[in-house]
Design a protein. Structure first.
Length: 410
């Protein structure tokens, strides 16, 4: 076999053709030892690693990938890695066979989702979505032995340079989103492969800035106007009203059941197994939410407050398109469904509610004040939520100018 050495370049490799014989042609890179290019009579070009194993006194050959799908830089990098392993005494051919039999991250995630996430997490579908968006394409097909802290660090750092698939053109993925993806990946390794060294350990997360977005009076005015527009679907409208006036998490609103609602005592109890804190949570129902629930109760036989005939769960699904349409009509930007929950808390503060009442209303878990929350009566919480609801609804009567907010109580 010829050992012709050539300084590989893309311009040169693209022009190379087979000589017309019935044999394969092999060319070796003058820059990277061990890197060869095989050209078949049919014209197929494939990178290979070909080098003498002095320990075992035999030639070692491994396929790297077809050119140009496998780039020249990638091939050189892989050949350099093989050479280091070979010089360290590793049987790279046997090692490659073992790796091919290994599980991939996609296999691990699928197993973790079935055994750990779905049985124990209400938000497993969010994990699936996060994996599909940020992890599956760059890492899903990799064997578990491929992963190192350095490679995870490079992936995590690169996430914030990627553009979002939705939203304003040119907007990149936030540090917070990148951190959530890293946390998910670490959890998958910890729970799904406890016998494998977690490559996420030691990877530093980005510094996060707490989101403080809530709807200001002039924004709420446009928001209510858009919500009351006849084009707004009734189920979506009711979902938004319940989200705004209960301050509950969207997953709990979507799965709200009639058996957990006491219209007489005007309370909604979120069971411990459905609460993020793992403890049962009682939410006072303000007038705006109560009236809506009474009307819906008279019109349905479903176990869910927001039923759906097309959803696998039997209840309403997160209405992304309807939400985006509402924001366009209200001329609102940088607004998420979760900001409705933050809006309730903000208007409670503006209306003079103290921190414990706000924390209990929103179900925040704080170990230092948990005992205080448990002793609080619901009356001051309800009063704070009522005042917040009144303050939000009052925006509908405002002129079209910006109103300065104040947290002074009357």
């Amino acid at each position: 076999m010829s050992t012709t050495k050539v300084n590989f370049t893309d311009a040169q490799l693209l022009k190379l053709k087979h000589d017309g014989s019935t044999k394969r042609i092999f060319l070796f890179d003058a820059k990277q030892p061990g890197l060869a290019l095989q050209i078949t009579p049919a014209g197929t070009k494939t990178f290979q690693f070909r080098h003498w194993d002095s320990t075992r006194r035999q030639s070692k050959i491994l396929t790297i990938g077809k050119y140009p799908s496998k780039t020249l830089d990638e091939a050189r990098k892989r050949a350099a890695e093989y050479l280091v392993e070979l010089n360290s005494g590793v049987d790279i051919v046997e090692n490659s066979r073992k790796i091919k039999k290994e599980s991939t991250l996609n296999n691990l995630f699928s197993s973790w989702l079935t055994l750990h996430a779905k049985p124990h997490k209400k938000t497993w579908d969010e994990d699936q979505r996060r994996y599909d968006l940020y992890i599956q394409k760059p890492l899903g097909g990799k064997k578990l032995s491929w992963f190192t802290s350095t490679k995870i660090r490079e992936w995590h750092s690169g996430l914030t340079k990627l553009q979002k698939q939705k939203g304003p053109k040119g907007k990149t993925i936030s540090p917070t989103t990148a951190n959530r993806a890293l946390t998910l990946l670490s959890t998958v390794f910890n729970q799904g492969a406890p016998d494998v060294a977690n490559p996420c350990i030691g990877v530093k997360k980005f510094k996060e800035t707490s989101r403080e977005r809530f709807l200001h009076p002039d924004e709420l005015q446009r928001f209510f106007t858009a919500l009351e527009d006849p084009v707004t679907p009734q189920n979506f409208k009711d979902y938004i009203i319940l989200s705004l006036f209960t301050g509950a998490r969207r997953s709990n609103i979507l799965a709200m059941r009639w058996k957990d609602i006491d219209l007489e005592s005007r309370t909604w109890t979120i069971p411990a197994k459905e609460s993020k804190s793992g403890q049962a949570m009682m939410i006072p129902l303000v007038d705006q939410a109560l009236v809506l629930l009474i009307e819906r109760k008279a019109q349905t036989r479903s176990i869910f407050v927001l039923p759906s005939k097309t959803s696998k769960t039997g209840h309403y699904r997160e209405p992304r398109k309807a939400w985006e349409a509402l924001l366009r009509r209200a001329e609102l930007k940088d607004t998420r469904l979760h900001d409705l929950r933050r809006t309730m808390g903000s208007y409670m503060a503006i209306s003079g509610s103290n921190l414990p009442s706000i924390s209990k209303a929103l179900g925040h878990q704080n170990q230092a004040t948990t005992a205080v929350y448990a002793r609080l009566d619901l009356d001051p919480v309800r009063a704070g939520m009522e005042k917040a609801a009144e303050a939000m609804l009052a925006t509908r009567r405002l002129p079209g100018n910006v109103v300065k907010l104040s947290n002074d109580s009357e």
